[in-house]
Design a protein around this ligand. Structure first.
Ligand code: HEM
Length: 214
């Protein structure tokens, strides 16, 4: 390898590692906290707005942008490059792991479309076009009276929770955190449990909003 080529290879290695790392920290951790905060929907408008949209300090909102949107863009750029090199072989090898490989990539596309719409409609448009953060009255009205919104949220949260919890094991393998088949099987079980819990939380929140908006 020429000397000139070496830094480029190192650079792309670091970028690839970073694209994977930020998916868990801060993105995955923040996603879990965000879903959890949304459970305040069961307690009504004031509790939900306090928990989800109120920033204690004017700079806190920009902190969120930095801690969430920048890693999301980094991971999305990394993910798109992984999508471009994906070579599914399910027709020849019908293993469950190969199916999960495809579902992880299909969910990535769904999550990308969902998050684009969600970040715009629930954060940027209310704050920067309408001049105030999203209100509980508005989001719950949409859930109850605009079926496409409800369907997009039901499918979008399914995609996000699957993509994140299935990604736990590929992440652990990629970073050499699991050393045996048995450890990987245990981790996959944890992933499925986390998927069930997170999906219950997410769909519970949607139910609470739908009920409040009727
Ligand atoms: C809340 C948003 C997201 C979270 C929490 C998230 C989380 C994860 C995690 C934990 C992994 C496993 C990482 C690894 O194997 O090292 C992963 C993989 C992946 N993500 Fe995301 N992701 C999100 C959004 C996206 C978006 C918008 C895309 C769009 C392209 C995307 C594309 C991918 C792809 C293609 C993989 C598979 C990479 C591979 O196995 O080679 N992700 N994601």
């Amino acid at each position: 390898m020429s000397e000139a080529a070496a830094p480029r290879v190192e650079g792309s290695f670091v970028r690839a590692r970073l694209g994977s790392l930020v998916a868990i920290l801060p993105l995955g951790v923040w996603t879990v906290m965000h879903l959890w905060d949304n459970l305040a929907a069961f307690q009504g408008a004031a509790a939900w707005e306090e928990s989800v949209t109120r920033a204690g300090h004017p700079l806190a909102h920009f902190g969120t942008l930095l801690v969430v949107l920048v890693p999301l863009l980094m991971h999305t750029a990394w993910g798109i490059s992984r999508l471009r090199t994906a070579r599914p072989n399910n027709a020849r090898y019908g293993f469950f792991a190969n199916l999960k490989y495809v579902v992880q990539r299909v969910s990535a596309v769904g999550v990308m479309l969902f998050l684009g719409a969600h970040v715009w409609k629930a954060m940027l448009e209310p704050r920067y076009v309408k001049g105030h953060p999203e209100t509980f009255a508005d989001i719950s009205y949409q859930m109850a009276h605009h079926t496409p919104t409800l369907v997009v949220y039901v499918l979008g949260t399914l995609g996000v929770t699957y993509h994140l919890t299935n990604g736990l094991s590929t992440f652990a393998v990629g970073w050499g955190l699991v050393g045996s088949r048995r450890a990987l099987q245990k981790l996959e079980l944890v992933g499925w449990l986390a998927f069930a819990v997170l999906l219950l939380v997410a769909w519970g929140v949607l139910f609470a909003m739908w009920r409040a908006g009727r």
